[in-house]
Design a protein around this ligand. Structure first.
Ligand code: SF4
Length: 328
């Protein structure tokens, strides 16, 4: 079945590829690089729309590298750990992370439609952090006792894998807490399965007084396409703000031309570039790391080539800091 024949986001999700044999059949260039041990440590998974954009004969395709389980992931590296942001220290309730004063993060679901090899939550204890109905009630109670919190981030996993009914209920409950002003959704679904943008989703995000913001996650301009632009246009027309976060990744976007093209392509899809993260040092991702010198040189070129509003903030997260660190 081609992506054009897919009727719903649930069908697209069901058709995600998670078999290494199928990956090798569809992308022959990946065959010799696939590592079963890396897949056991963090299973391979990707949607067909994304997969269709990979050159089947290019083992260094930047889209392939983001999802390919490779032997290099198994190499020990003392500077890389399972919980690089020490989120376990900021986890007062199952499913709730409260790191910064004015915002909290809820891990609504523990699954994703794509498994990004550099994900800083690739070792996250999702089994202890699925809040469920009771857990969500406890989170709302916590928020009522924390008037300093004005923004709630729905994350995961990918929060847009939750049902529309659950998202509707969450935004409804949050809007009943007077000091909550915004709900922000961190997702890779809009740019991998744009069929997720449905009237029911829009209703779930717009039926309350809360301002809704969707933060997409895209690292390379080739991830975007016309269907994604159309889905994003629908969101913007409903007053949902769209921002993007990306990560400096060796082999994927370690080229100024690519990063400039990414900002331009995002804006063509109605998305503003928001953050460009330095890689979080999570176990298994060291091969994506770029030297600070290289990151700085790339960023300087972006500043020269792009208007200010298309230059994302280059940031790094350091455990224990009260906010992300702006890099220069
Ligand atoms: S979609 Fe987001 S949470 Fe899921 S694996 Fe990728 S980076 Fe991690």
């Amino acid at each position: 079945m081609t992506t054009k024949q897919i009727l719903s986001w649930q069908q697209a999700l069901q058709q995600c590829v998670s078999s290494l044999d199928e990956l090798a059949d569809l992308i022959p260039a990946a065959r010799d690089l696939i590592c079963k041990n890396a897949h056991s440590a963090f299973p391979f998974k990707v949607g067909r729309r994304y997969l269709a954009k990979i050159d089947p004969n290019d083992a260094s395709d930047p889209l392939l590298l983001q999802i390919l389980p490779q032997a290099i992931e198994m190499k020990e590296n003392a500077a890389f750990s399972a919980d690089p942001l020490q989120e376990q220290h900021y986890n007062p309730l199952p499913g709730l992370i409260h790191k910064y004063a004015h915002r909290v993060l809820i891990t609504v679901v523990g699954s994703c439609a794509i498994h990004c090899r550099y994900c800083f939550r690739r070792h996250f204890a999702y089994e202890d952090n699925r809040p469920g109905t009771k857990g969500l009630e406890a989170i709302y109670d916590y928020l009522r006792l924390h008037p300093e919190v004005n923004e709630v981030i729905l994350s995961g996993g990918d929060p847009l894998l939750a049902s529309d009914a659950l998202l509707y209920a969450i935004t409804q409950h949050l809007s009943e807490i007077p000091h909550i002003q915004r709900v922000r959704i961190h997702t890779r679904l809009i740019t991998t399965i744009p069929e997720r943008v449905t009237p029911a989703l829009i209703d779930a995000l717009t039926h309350t007084r809360l301002r809704s913001i969707i933060v997409t996650h895209c690292n390379h301009p080739r991830e975007l396409d016309e269907d994604i632009a159309l889905a994003c246009n629908t969101l913007v027309q409903h007053n949902i703000s769209l921002l993007n976060q990306s990560v400096f990744l060796a082999g994927v976007n370690d080229c100024a031309k690519t990063l400039v093209a990414l900002s331009e392509a995002l804006f063509s899809c109605h998305i503003l570039p928001y953050y460009l993260h330095s890689l979080d040092p999570v176990l298994g991702s060291a091969h994506f790391d770029l030297s600070l010198k290289k990151q700085r040189a790339l960023y300087r070129t972006m500043q020269k080539e792009l208007p200010g509003f298309l230059v994302p903030k280059w940031v790094k997260e350091i455990p224990g800091e009260k906010h992300k660190i702006t890099m220069r």
